[in-house]
Design a protein around this ligand. Structure first.
Ligand code: PGA
Length: 249
């Protein structure tokens, strides 16, 4: 099956102040010297989206949000709409990260509604799925992830640019990763579920792997069949580490 160009996206989570934008300047300067073979994105906290987008304007680094509200506007104190991220210069948004599914009780239905809002605002969603350790140990990883894909992806994604990120919950921030065989098995199941849900509209959009991607394991992970990129947390905070992962793609 034809694969679209790989996407290496960094998720800064709740890390980063204005001074951290120095890392983005370093990344930008390095990428100006060497043509990267993949798409590169960074998703900083909402407070930095506009400043990061200004630094990255016209260059290869795309900027994204880490979440958005499903509603377009209204009395939702503390929340942010997809159109606001777009207005600040974002082109992407991470949705359904396990830290939000687990910490805020986000359901597949809510993630689906947020993805519809993102597409309506002109953002490309990166929709996260992944099993817990208990689910993996019970032999349920493939079925859990399939269910999440089927119920989190709106039909409106067919024909749109988007990505699915497979992030085993037990691999995030732990230094643990599945074997390459396990990654391939789940990515193949994600692809089948995307096609089941969206038909040909689910055949080519990249499936990212996320969870403890580091400079020393990136090349193996990124060359695994059906791995269309990486969603990188901790190792995206420092330009030097993130660049090594980009170069491995
Ligand atoms: P990690 O986080 O790379 O720090 O494990 C990945 C993620 O949560 O997207």
């Amino acid at each position: 099956m034809k694969q679209s160009v790989k996407l290496v996206a960094g998720n800064w989570k709740m890390n980063g102040l204005g001074a951290s934008l120095d890392e983005v300047e370093t990344l930008k300067a390095a990428l100006a010297e060497e043509a990267s073979a993949c798409r590169v994105a960074l998703c900083p906290p909402a407070t930095l989206v506009e400043r990061m987008a200004a630094i990255c304007a016209g260059g290869p680094v795309e900027v994204g949000g880490q979440d958005c509200r499903a509603e377009a506007s209204g009395a939702f104190t503390g929340d942010i709409a997809a159109s606001m991220l777009k207005d600040a210069g974002a082109t992407l948004v991470i949705l359904g990260h396990s830290e939000r599914r687990q910490g805020y009780g986000e359901t597949n239905a809510l993630v689906l509604a947020k993805a519809e809002a993102a597409v309506a605002a002109g953002l490309s969603p990166i929709i996260c799925v992944g099993e817990t350790l208990a689910q993996r140990e019970a032999g349920q990883a493939v079925e859990v992830v399939r269910e999440q894909v089927i119920h989190s992806l709106p039909l409106a994604l067919a024909g749109q640019a988007f990505a699915v990120a497979y992030e085993p919950v037990w691999a995030i921030g732990t230094g643990l990763t599945p074997t390459l065989e396990q990654i391939e098995e789940v990515h193949r199941a994600v692809r089948a579920a995307m096609i089941e849900r969206l038909g040909l509209g689910g055949a080519e959009q990249p499936i990212l792997y996320g969870g403890s991607v580091k400079p020393d394991n990136a090349r193996d992970i990124l060359s695994t069949p059906e791995v269309g990129g990486a969603l990188v947390g901790g190792a995206s905070l420092k330009a030097a580490d993130f660049l090594q992962i980009i170069r491995a793609a």
